[in-house]
Write a protein that binds this ligand. Structure first.
Ligand SMILES: Nc1ncnc2c1ncn2[C@@H]1O[C@H](COP(=O)(O)OP(=O)(O)O)[C@@H](O)[C@H]1O
Ligand SMILES: [Mg+2]
Length: 375
């Protein structure tokens, strides 16, 4: 149980996230019970804390994990107890609701609540008061409730695992937090945010991300969402050399991106994708066409800007991004780009992304740091 508000910066950069933040802050000012839905690591608890701190509530923020209590202790947890109420109850203690009185009670993993606890919780919500075990004096409650779930509660209701009446009471306002890969514009700012946090903890100088690393971060699916990104950056800071995080320093265990095409991540890594265009999920064909139209417009802007090595730069960004996104797998990169492996190899050599077979030290193009993995 956490009784204090940890001061943590919320970072929202992707258009989907900034739109969500507006909604969250509107909900915060109302007194409505809120249900936050999102995969693990998407920031549900952080959003709940944000709602609390943007409300008028002066009391504490109390977070409890509904799956973490044994059935026999649950009454004491929920209602609190007087001393001597049962064996082992040496001191009086407030329950969840009483501890959060005047503030916000955050019920995490609400989908894990047992049927009997669902009934008890519903009763507290209806009566707006609790009686401690071993006491007869009811305590009236002024508590704002926020619940979070990573399971589809509607399905749980349909399958009779979650009470419909409780579901409707909890979901007055719902907030759906998209998975990290559905808000790609957040990935690099969050990575930078975690670099800033951990480099000072590790007493490092300013660490930066190599371009290939940025492309790999954008191309990854992030099954563990922001929590996984935080861990990956923390680990990369420990293993990286010369204050640069290379793609190899990233310990990525999942697969490539679920939704975003190679073209889109190329555009993103080139920072061509800006906040004026919302990122949507779904890799439908018209989405692809849409992306190419955007790319065309961006090319127009680049041409107007008078960049002198435009052709080479664009080719390099495309090849480099695809190669990093495919974890240096040449066969896969060639397939993603729709070119033969031979042509790909020519480009990879040209941009110093693989070693030349016949290395001439005088050529100056030999890049010994670049990975030379072939599959
Ligand atoms: N928008 C955000 N900006 C900065 N850090 C975030 C953001 N969302 C989540 N985090 C961080 O990611 C981690 C996971 O967030 P958390 O709220 O615990 O996720 P969940 O409850 O959905 O599993 C935490 O360390 C949190 O501080
Ligand atoms: Mg959580």
């Amino acid at each position: 149980m956490t009784l204090s508000i940890r001061a943590k910066a919320l970072l929202f950069h992707d258009p989907r996230s900034t739109a969500l933040l507006v909604q969250v802050e509107r909900i915060a000012r109302s007194e409505a019970t809120a249900l936050i839905i999102g995969e693990t690591g998407t920031g549900k608890e952080l959003i709940a804390r944000h709602i609390h701190s943007h409300s008028e509530r002066k009391g504490p923020f109390v977070a409890v994990n509904c799956g973490a209590f044994s059935e026999s202790l649950i009454d004491a947890e929920l209602f609190g107890h007087e001393s001597g109420a049962f064996t082992g109850a040496t001191q009086a203690r407030a329950g969840w609701f009483e501890a959060a009185n005047g503030g916000t009670l955050f019920l995490d993993e609400i989908g894990d609540l047992s049927q009997s606890l669902q009934v008890k919780l519903l009763r507290v919500l209806q009566e707006r008061q609790v009686v401690r075990l071993g006491s007869r004096r009811p305590v009236s409650l002024d508590v704002r409730l926020i619940a979070a779930t990573n399971v589809d509660l509607k399905k749980a209701v349909a399958a009779d695992r979650f009470r419909a009446d409780l579901f409707y009471r909890l979901s007055v306002a719902t907030i759906e937090l998209p998975a990290l890969c559905e808000r790609p514009g957040d990935i690099l700012p969050l990575a930078q945010h975690f670099i800033n946090i951990y480099q000072s903890k590790l007493k490092l100088e300013q660490v930066r991300l190599a371009p290939q690393t940025q492309a790999a971060l954008l191309a990854y699916e992030w099954p563990g969402n922001i929590r996984e990104l935080e861990n990956v950056i923390h680990f990369a800071l420990i293993v990286c050399r010369d204050n640069v995080i290379q793609a190899d320093d990233l310990k990525l265990v999942g697969a490539l991106h679920r939704n975003i095409s190679a073209v889109q991540s190329a555009a993103l890594s080139a920072k061509l994708s800006s906040s004026d265009v919302p990122q949507q999920p779904a890799a439908a064909a018209n989405e692809q066409a849409n992306l190419l139209t955007r790319l065309e417009r961006l090319f127009g802007e680049l041409i107007d800007s008078g960049e002198s090595t435009l052709f080479d730069s664009v080719e390099e960004i495309l090849v480099r991004t695809a190669f990093a996104g495919c974890h240096q797998n040449q066969v896969q990169t060639a397939r993603v780009l729709g070119i033969s492996r031979n042509i790909l190899r020519t480009h990879l050599k040209r941009f110093g992304l693989i070693r030349l077979e016949t290395t001439s030290p005088a050529s100056g193009i030999v890049n010994l740091d670049a990975p030379s993995v072939s599959h």
